[in-house]
Every structure is written in structure tokens, then in C-alpha cells.
Design a protein. Sequence first.
Length: 654
Amino acid sequence: MAKETHEFQAETKQLLELMIHSIYTNHEIFLRELISNASDAIDKVHFESLTNRDLLEGDDNFEIFLEPDKDAHTLTISDNGIGMSREEVIENIGTIAKSGTKAFMEQLKKAKEASENGESNTDKELIGQFGVGFYSAFMVAEKVTIETRKAGETQGTRWESTGDGSYSIEECEKEKRGTTITITLGKEFFGDASEENYTDTYKLESLVKKYSDYVRYPIKMNFTFEETPKDDDGKEIEGAEKVKRVELRTLNSMQPLWTKNKSEIKDEEYDEFFKNQFHEWEKPMEVFHTHAEGSVEYTALLAIPAHAPFNLYHTDYEPGVQLYSRHVFIMDKCKDLLPDYLRFMKGLVDSPDLSLNISRELLQQSRELKTIGKALEKNILKALGRKMKNKREDYEKFWNEFGKSLKIGVYGSVYSGMDTINNLKDLLLFMSSKEGKLVSLKEYVERMPESQKKIYYATAKDKQTIEQLPQMETLRDKGIEVLYLLDPVDELCIEALREYEGKQFHSISRGDLDLDDAESQEVKKETEDIQKKNDDLMKDIKEALGEKVADVKVSARLKSSAVCLVADEAGPSLSMEQTFADMNNPLFKARRILEINPHHDLFTRLQSLHEAGKDSAEFKDYCDLLYTQALLIEGILPENPVEFANKVAKLMAK
């Protein structure tokens, strides 16, 4: 097939433009990215060969080879991995099908803008986070050439681009399977005078040690020396001309870190391992290195990353840890090993008790895998419990990054069972009205006054909104602690819990507050008396509002505010209704109850308007204005803002 020239996909073109002309100063990471891609390609052919040995073509000596050429100003990275077909080259290199690329480009633009503004945190290593590692080659390249042949096929493919917005593709002869990438280096990236000379063998060796030492396949390179010949006694021969000697070296250690004794491993080694193996950019928040023997033998090396990935809760995020058997890679993302609420965990599990001949699907259902997963889940939760108890500040950092996952786990207990709730309930934290700090449920219950029978909570988008809610007045005056639920999943989590240590959860915006102290009981009785005396007024307000409310009541919870809106205990809360509405699911409707403060001047005005005539336009306008005011306090926009504004203006004009 003749040589063809194609334009890059528009998004790819934008990415290359940003990549080549971005503010990245750490160009050297391109080598790590290309070596990682080569290692992944070997992983794939190794796995496929378990069921089809012919793919190896008689070559099971897996390796990655670096070949710098000082004269040609090139660096070549070769592997004998799975290789690519012509169609795969076009799909994987000519276009970017990875979700998250747009987010990557936005991050890149922000980094560039920050650099121009003189900010210091601009050299973020974002590339590996977005699956666009190959394109990092263009940071140092004038031209990139790929020659590849897929295992099991006979025809090779050559791809070439200068990063100018187009690429060429043609057939080529390639004796062995795999991929060879040749980078023709830009002028600032070769030559002895360059600070970033990527044709220098020692420079390349140091980069491999720095970034790719734990790659499980040998990374090899030839070193050339000039030596003076020696005699039989090992002494240099005087006057003899120097001769060149070529030595093939393996640059990486390849010894899996997880096979070493924990006492022999430094914290820095763990940090570097997770940075290199899993493309993490900061040292992990916590590392778990365990070895177990018994019914199932395994070694696990897991970590909690320093930060949550931007797409942790998106559908395109792939959770799961790597799986090995006898140090041999089986799969990259084993999703069924850990429960979904631990989806943030990174790492690997190596077990000699897993069969290499079993299919991925059967493997995920295996008894051994479930045994390992249960043990790991237990160890992780115990470690989090210890951190919460002994290193509260560190635990709160973890919570701020990954707490949402645990809350989702509790909410998901409707499917996973009560064990999940029991495992997670003591690890939950919520913002509290007490000192504005995070508090556990245990801490809340321990400092409850004896007269308090329930755990009170309030929901809103932020702390300030909750503190301004009229429903907070009575509880604040009585010094009763309230949990602030600021994330939509918080209330779903609370609903799943139902109670903690026999104390039921109670929203301050749902039903009666049920305070049992003497003062509250007195206020409740007084309110019931006022309700009876104004029964006709309450009924007529409800009639004026129609289907907007399920009921209208005299309030026992309000002090200075005229009105508030609460939900019936039997149905969803107002905030839950809003959450589902935001998700375009309007089926969940709260039964709204309008509560009116009988001690407010507006109540007296309502009484007089009602006595003048319940069918008057003014009485109905007042009813509607009170209801709309209650909506606004809850952060809910009225259905007809113009009509509301006109009624307010009409009232003000009197």
C-alpha cells in the first residue's frame, strides 16, 4: 500500500500544539512514558501468549532496548511487545480516543497561564494522568518515526510526523514483532554542550534508574568504551592505540519491590515505586505492604494516593489493582478484588495460588480472589481506624480527598448488606456546628446531653446557608450540636445508616424536632394551643396555596423568622428533592409543610386579613409571598420570579 498523508484529529492537533509549546521544563519524563508504553505492550503479548503461544514467534526473551545515535541525533526505543496493526496505529496514534484529554488540555492551559503569571507550581507532571504519554515525545523531537508489526501478522506499518498537524503512514518490512520508536531530537536535546543530551548513554542510564528501575522487563543499552590494550598481566601496553569495546548493559534492577523484606525497604523506595509503576506524582498518603500465608498465600503492595484523581467518581474511571501470579502479570485492573468504595486504592497483589490458565472472568469469581479481597479490605479499614484515632490531622486529609467514597459505600449498603455499614460507620466524618470542625458519629453521641434523644443534621450547599436557616435558631439557643451535610451523597448516607448506637438521625427540616427538655415541651404545648385556636386560618392558608403544600402549621421551632418550609417525615427531604431534580429525576417530591411563627408580627397581620375575608386577593397574596419566602430561605427558586417581584412591589407601594 502506498504512502499516505493524513491530518491529525482536531483535538490531537491542539494537544500537540500545547505539548510542544507548553511550559513544561521537565522534558525528561518522555523517556519514562515511552518505556512504560513498551512495558505495557510486552505485558499484552505475554498475556495473549498464555492461550496462543504462536504469537511469540519463538521469541519469549522479552526486553526493551534503547539505542542513542550521536551522529544522527536520534534516540530509538524498541520493544518486542504486542505491536500494532495499521488500523491500531491510526486509532491509537492518529487520534485521541481517551476520555479526559480535554481535561488534560485545560490543565495544561492553566499551567501555562500560571507560568506566565509567575506562579511556582506550574511544572505539574500531568501527562501520565491522562493516557497521552506517547505525545510527550514531541517535547524533545523534531520528528517521530514508528515502525511496528502486530504479533501474528506479517506486514509492518511505518508512521511518521513532525508534529506539524499531519502524519504519514505506509507499509514497511519488519522482521520481528513489536514497536520501534525513533525520535529525531531537537537541537537543544543532543550534543555534549546540551544540558539535556538524550544521546548520552550515562544520561539515559540515570533516567532509567530514576523513573523505570522497577519495570519488570530488562531495559538494555550498549555502552561503547575506548581502552588501551592490556598485556597478559593486565597492564596497559605502552604506545598501543586505544580500541573500542562495546558492552551490553541492563539498566534496571527488575527485582519486584514487593518481594523484598519490608525491613529492607526505605520509604523513598516505596514512594518512587508508586510514582513510576502507577504514574503517581506525589508520594502516597499511606502504604500497605502485607504478606499472608494460609489457605491462600499472597503479597500485597497497596497505597492510598496523595490526591483523588479528577475523574474518580466518573463512569470513565477504571478502578482495580494489578494482579500477578508468581511475579507474572495477569491483569491490570482487577475490579472485583476490593469493594467499589475502595476504588481509590492503587497497587498490586501477587499470589502463587492463582492459575495462569484461567480466563479473566473466571479468575475474578475465584474463591482465592475473594479470600484475598476480604483480608485486604479488613486490613485497610483497620489502618484507617488507627489513623483516625492516633493521627487525626492526617486522617482528615484522607477524608477530604476520599471520604466521599466511604459515604457512597454506606449508601450502597442497600446492595452490599449491613456488613458495609458496620465496617464504615465509625470512619465517617461530618462538619459540625460545634466549632465548625469535622466530627465522627461516636464523638457526637458521646457529648450529647441526656435529654437529647436524636442526632440532628441539616443539609445545604455550604455551611453559611445552614447557619442562616431559621430552623437552626432553637437548636443553636439550646446548644444542641447539628451535623452539616454539605454534599448530596451525605443525606443518602445518613438515610442508609438510619441510626447510630440507638440514636436515630433527624433532619432539622423534617417533621417535629422532638426535643424532650422541659422548656421545649412547654413551647410545644403552647404551639398546640395556638394551632387549635387558629385552625381555620391554617386550613384557609393551605387552601390558598393549593397543591404547593401538604400542610400548614404553627411552628414550635421558629424564634425570629416569620416562616420556614419543612418536609414530612414520611417522604424525601427538600434537599433530596433538589438533588434528584438536578439529576433530571423529578419523581422524588417532598411533602412540603409550611410552618409560620405565631409570635411574629406577620402572623398578626395574617389573622386580621383572614378576618377581613379569606377570599380577598390581599390575603391570598400574603399566603403566596410567605410560601415563596420560605422557598428562597431553602435556596429554591420560585416557579414564577416575575409574579413574586410584582407582588412584593405591590405590597411595598401600600
